[in-house]
Ligand binder design. Structure first.
Ligand SMILES: Cc1ncc(COP(=O)(O)O)c(C=O)c1O
Length: 398
């Protein structure tokens, strides 16, 4: 009997109609319904902070929404912009602005290289690849990017013009950068500050599921190393309220913010201020802390479920995995280097996982080991079924 046939007999509910998906870190319908309840009680705001939300203008975002961004990202209010619905789009615009117009200390070109701690976020890599920027993978240490490798890579390569960082509950590994790691990283990067973009994607800034190390506000640390013009902080409410319909935030030095607004003036006559107003009204009814606590109650059982299934595999010497203290992902590593077979067999049984290598630049997983698990969207019973398929495949292949 083939592996697939064996698993089908062991899991009687598994039929040809099964179509499960653990690819993307989407909020679950439960999370969205919880948020919808509050949104549906709100009146559409047409005026806020003395600004007519119905009209064009206010390219930096309305003050109350900027205040919300400054709270989420721990960035100075006067340097935080509230923009449109996606931080990924903002990152595309940041790269484009640097590429075509330059920031004060960032000028990307076809020669530029970016350091990419791996495993990382697939869409960062797609974005950099689309700009023709050469990506250099680098490993992590337990509390952030690996500093020995960073030093070596900086010595080895001339045209390193950027690094991409997800400093809290990194996607997918869950790394939380310690202040010590950030300081040492900044002291190494300082030598390149004439042309350097530190893309600080704090997508999971307030998404703690368990007690998590606190981090100092990033601008204070950047200023200690005179790197404030190199720091580009982004984040959004996508994984806090409504994915794709939230607010994205940008924060950099004043000179970079001015440049970015000037650049964006050619793209848009202004951000969606009505949505900004709606979010401000939302967080007057439910505090950010209350919202995150409600989300935690929905998300933590899912992470615990994955933990239980993967721990049993780990005890059998079949994998390593991360138990993140927050965020939206778990990073699985096949010790027997069988990730591509696991992905293929799960797919044949109706469980879709990201393609092999997705969490690496150019889809190149050198060890054929890594699989990102995104457990947030399915309900608990469905997630349990997904994990039954996954763990049986891993066991049968070894
Ligand atoms: C690290 C990271 N950055 C950015 C995003 C996208 O966020 P947004 O919806 O604001 O574009 C995600 C989504 O999964 C992410 O994991």
């Amino acid at each position: 009997m083939s592996i697939l046939e064996q698993i089908k007999t062991e899991l009687p509910w598994l039929d040809d109609k099964v179509a499960f998906d653990l690819t993307r870190g989407k909020p679950s319908p439960d999370q969205l319904s919880m948020t919808e309840k509050t949104f549906s009680s709100l009146a559409m705001p047409f005026e806020m902070d003395g600004i007519d939300l119905r009209n064009y203008g206010t390219p930096e975002g309305i003050p109350s929404a900027r205040e919300l961004g400054s709270k989420i990202l721990s960035t100075p209010l006067e340097r935080t912009l509230a923009l449109d619905n996606s931080s990924l789009t903002i990152m595309q615009q940041i790269l484009s602005c640097s590429y075509h117009l330059d920031f004060s200390r960032s000028s990307l070109s076809a020669k530029s290289k970016f350091l990419c701690p791996v495993p990382g976020y697939d869409r960062h890599f797609k974005l950099l690849e689309n700009f023709g920027i050469q990506m250099i993978p680098m490993p992590f240490q337990s509390d952030g990017p690996d500093l020995v490798s960073l030093k070596e890579l900086l010595n080895e390569h001339k045209d390193i013009h950027g690094i991409v960082c997800v400093p809290r509950h990194s996607n997918p590994t869950g790394h939380v950068y310690s202040d010590q790691n950030v300081r040492e990283m900044f002291s190494l990067l300082k030598k390149r500050s004439n042309n350097l973009m530190i893309l600080w994607d704090n997508a999971y800034a307030c998404h703690d599921l368990k007690s998590t190390e606190s981090q100092l506000p990033i601008f204070g640390m950047a200023e200690e190393y005179d790197l404030q013009d190199n720091l580009f902080v982004i984040g959004s409410t996508s994984k806090i309220t409504l994915a794709g319909s939230g607010i994205a935030f940008f924060s950099s030095s004043q000179i970079n913010n001015n440049k970015f607004i000037d650049y964006r003036n050619s793209l848009t006559p202004g951000p969606n201020k009505i949505n900004q107003g709606l979010h401000v009204s939302y967080f007057k009814k439910v505090s950010l802390e209350e919202q995150m606590s409600e989300l935690r109650q929905l998300l933590l059982p899912k992470f615990d479920l994955v933990d239980g299934h993967l721990s049993r595999l780990k005890e059998q010497g079949l994998c390593n995995f991360t138990s993140p203290s927050g965020g939206y992902f778990i990073s699985f590593d096949s010790i027997q280097a069988r990730a591509s077979d696991i992905i293929k067999n799960c797919g044949d049984l109706g469980l879709t996982l990201l393609p092999i290598g997705s969490c690496f630049p150019y889809n190149n997983d050198p060890n054929n080991s890594n699989i990102r698990i995104a457990p947030t969207c399915p309900d608990l019973a469905t997630l349990d079924k997904c994990l039954n398929i996954f763990t049986k495949v891993v066991k049968k292949l070894n």
